[in-house]
Design a protein around this ligand. Structure first.
Ligand code: FES
Ligand SMILES: [Fe+2]
Length: 402
């Protein structure tokens, strides 16, 4: 991030403090139709056209420390095996045996030996996904092993983060992330370590959770003793970028404020006033929330499970602390953020029942909630004409995309 960007973003936040109404050229946004949250057909459309055709955060390189280390990514259209090969490359494959479809590995994570052996009939694959052997070879005498390698899934990295995409036609990850990556590139993303991760189910549609993390309007009521004490929502500026990415920049209430729970922890190199005096909360479309502070980032990834259930993963990444166990301060820091997440989701489950009400026609959004509209606009751009007329989001924010 260059000095011009820092200066511009600081000015944007100051403008937010000063404004007394939305800009005069801002027209009220149309409602987001309720059906987008409750319609099973729309859920199926999103699964096929949005989630299977997006780059999705899948894990961190620290989860694959050695050759043969693997873990299962369970949130795709089918379980995906992500494994470090004999050449140290990270690859992804559907965890589906090419004989009759059994899972090749049965554990959610672990370290494979030189070959992965399917437990059903014993076919074996190497750690690069190639089929190496079939049992009872006499019955497969004319069989070409090369035709039955594990089916690959696209797998690319951004810093130490591993992303997957199940579709072969979408742009490369670097191209997709570029509109937001340029604001993160000054940070040492390749040396950030995985400190902690915790996944849990939430009984609501995925968009109720995603919407929540795209606005700061709820800070006063949901986070009165946590986020709202630290950040001044009146100065929160909103930045919309191509490909559905966005950011909200919330200033610390006091410029010299430092989280007492982080004192003594290593800090990232090259941070600017933006990371030190503000909370820049990036949204990497469609489902990764990345708020940055100099000593680490508590990220949230959210996936749909069913129309009415989602999975949320809370992740902490931090500058390398050298050898040995993590600082004991992390326990408190993680617990503090978990409290904020609990505050965030306290409305999600009860809302699933209330949005099914005939009285719920649509979501109405204010100027400062426009990141939500921007997110939905991108969903429709990706799904295209298959979105039913009654559920469409008329494009309104294009002139605001930077
Ligand atoms: S299903 Fe894997 S070896 Fe038969
Ligand atoms: Fe929140």
């Amino acid at each position: 991030m260059n000095e011009d960007t820092v200066t511009m973003w600081v000015a944007r936040s100051r403008e937010e403090f000063a404004r007394t109404a939305p800009p005069t050229n801002f027209s009220p946004l149309p409602d987001i139709p309720a059906g987008r949250y409750v319609d099973p057909d729309f859920f199926a459309l999103e699964s096929k056209e949005l989630w299977r055709r997006s780059w999705l955060y899948a894990g961190h390189i620290d989860q694959l420390p050695e050759r043969g280390s693997y873990f299962i990514y369970p949130y795709g259209s089918a379980p995906v095996l992500i494994i470090r090969g004999d050449d140290d490359e990270i690859r992804a494959f559907y965890n589906t045996c090419r004989h009759r479809g059994a899972p090749v590995v049965r554990n959610l994570e672990g370290r494979a030996g030189p070959v992965l052996v399917c437990g059903y009939h014993g076919w074996s694959y190497d750690r690069q996904g190639a089929l190496r052997g079939v049992t009872e070879r006499r019955d497969w005498s004319s069989f070409d092993l090369k035709c039955r390698n594990l089916a690959p899934v696209r797998c690319e990295r951004f810093g130490n983060w591993i992303f997957l995409c199940e579709d072969s036609t979408v742009e490369p990850l670097s191209e997709f992330l570029e509109p937001v990556a340029r604001y993160l590139r000054h940070l040492p993303l390749r040396s950030l370590r995985l400190v902690h991760r915790r996944a849990f189910d939430v009984a609501c549609n995925v968009k109720l959770l995603i919407d929540n993390f795209l606005e700061a309007y709820h800070f006063k009521l949901l986070h009165p003793r946590t986020s709202d004490r630290i950040f001044d929502n009146q100065g929160t500026s909103v930045h919309l970028w191509p490909n559905g990415h966005s950011m909200m920049l919330s200033p610390n209430r006091r410029e010299d404020w430092v989280d007492p729970g982080t004192i003594g922890m290593p800090e990232m190199a090259n941070t600017t006033a933006i990371e030190r005096q503000y909370n820049p909360s990036y949204s990497l479309f469609p489902n990764l929330i990345v708020p940055i502070s100099p000593s680490g980032m508590p990220c949230v990834a959210i996936w749909p499970k069913t129309l009415r259930t989602s999975v949320m993963e809370v992740l902490w990444f931090a500058p390398d602390w050298g050898g040995g166990p993590r600082d004991p301060l992390w326990d408190t820091r993680i617990a503090n953020f978990d409290r904020i997440v609990d505050e965030d989701i306290q409305f999600a489950e009860p809302m699933q029942a209330t949005i099914e009400s005939p009285g719920f026609i649509g979501v109405t959004l204010s100027y400062q909630e426009r990141r939500i509209y921007h997110w939905h606009e991108e969903v429709d751009r990706r799904i295209g004409r298959a979105v039913p007329c009654a559920l469409r989001i008329p494009p309104r924010l294009r002139s605001y995309v930077e």
